[in-house]
Unconditional design. Structure first.
Length: 410
């Protein structure tokens, strides 16, 4: 988010004309340990994690900018057991880890206000700006794996002649269509928070835990007045202020991370934010197919970036099958019974015999053939080792398992 001073200057310079501002509102990084970070002794994770967390903090200059380490005053992110914040951070911020489950990694969670506060403190100390793309580069190291658990991309529209309620009614009455970059209709659930029958906030998508994208559109002007917000003193410089926040998680947020690591300046970051907004959420007149002003004006600064891609949900069949084999199918209990009765050699012989049976006698049914025709080309572009490892990690996280690893690397 811009500082109030920056917003005031931009609005003052434009004398209540249409203005668009872009920003990253919220971000959550996850540092995944590798063999280089935990070595051959994952059971020592509870000792290693605090050390890595402090390295992360130092890379972002957090102790220098925010003072001494401090126990978290608010609860830690869901599922994490240990962590810290900083004495001079007045907003929600946390670096946290699970004392035993290293597969959860170390989470670095900035709320919107915390991210704004950090960027302002950095600018005042170093006399230069920092944003999420630079933060990602500072945290991107060979000896751990950097992920982006969540990122919220925000676009602020000042002085546009349309209210949130008018936009919602247009969508509801099918006068306005929401299309992605391919011109396909967005079929996400659309709902609104209404006051006296007037929509104040629109939600496009689901707020459920495992959903990878959600767009929220709301009246920022009214919010600042109602809550006496941090930017309330700038609302007199504009006639209206509508904000769109696209929250991306999972596969989408990590694709955005890969792009963040390639850009080098604020202009490119703004182009990326705009590009990823209209990537999923373009607003068009249903009558003639033309973009409404909210979308039309974005095309000017959209830049050129690869589209966000999501494998079809049918492709999750492979991940689900691996999970079923490991828990639910009875395969592992069968291996255990064979091993206990006849020993490890018998267990291995049985696995080899299964492979032989597959090679000699298995005939795939028509459903398998149809699935392969539809998805094999798409999946073949992925690294199979990484894909299978992701399926195991997903299984560990869903079942709260800390995996054991052999002491020798073989």
């Amino acid at each position: 988010m811009y500082t109030s001073y920056e917003i005031k200057k931009i609005l003052s310079d434009n004398a209540k004309r249409n203005v668009i501002m872009t920003s990253i509102d919220e971000v959550t990084f996850v540092i995944k340990p590798t063999e280089d970070t935990i070595g051959e002794y994952p059971e020592r994770w509870n000792q290693t994690a605090p050390q890595i967390a402090e390295i992360i903090a130092e890379k972002l200059k957090l102790p220098l900018l925010l003072g001494d380490y401090s126990p978290p005053e608010q609860r830690l992110p869901a599922g994490y057991t240990d962590g810290f914040t900083f004495k001079n951070m007045p907003y929600y911020f946390s670096i946290a880890w699970h004392y035993r489950n290293f597969t959860m990694g170390i989470i670095v969670k900035f709320s919107a206000s915390a991210l704004s506060h950090y960027k302002q403190a950095y600018k005042e100390y170093y006399n230069e700006a920092i944003d999420v793309n630079i933060m990602a580069k500072l945290l991107n190291e060979e000896y751990w794996e950097l992920r982006l658990s969540r990122i919220d991309l925000a676009i602020d529209y000042f002085n546009y002649d349309m209210t949130v309620n008018e936009l919602y009614q247009g969508i509801k009455n099918k006068q306005i269509l929401i299309l992605n970059h391919n011109g396909r209709k967005n079929i996400s659930n659309i709902s609104a928070q209404e006051v006296n029958g007037v929509a104040q906030t629109i939600y496009i998508g689901s707020k459920k835990k495992n959903i990878n994208s959600l767009l929220r559109i709301y009246n920022k002007y009214q919010e600042q007045l109602d809550n006496r917000g941090r930017y309330v003193h700038v609302v007199n410089l504009c006639d209206s202020w509508i904000r769109m926040e696209a929250s991306y998680k999972g596969i989408y947020s990590n694709q955005i991370l890969a792009l963040l690591l390639t850009i080098s300046n604020a202009n490119e970051l703004s182009q990326l934010i705009v590009n990823k907004m209209i990537d999923k959420y373009g607003f068009y007149n249903s009558e003639d197919g033309s973009p409404i002003p909210f979308t039309k004006d974005l095309f000017v600064g959209s830049g050129h970036f690869p589209e966000l891609e999501s494998l079809s949900s049918r492709n999750n069949y492979l991940l689900a099958t691996v999970s079923y084999i490991m828990k639910g199918s009875g395969f592992f209990p069968l291996l255990k019974k064979i091993e206990e009765i006849w020993g490890v050699e018998a267990r291995n012989h049985f696995i080899i015999r299964l492979i032989q049976e597959y090679e000699w006698n298995y005939i795939p049914n028509q459903d398998v053939e149809l699935w392969l025709n539809k998805f094999s080309s798409e999946l073949s572009q992925l690294n199979y080792k990484e894909y299978f490892e992701d399926s195991f990690k997903l299984f560990y996280q869903k079942n709260n398992i800390t995996p054991k690893r052999p002491k020798n690397k073989e």
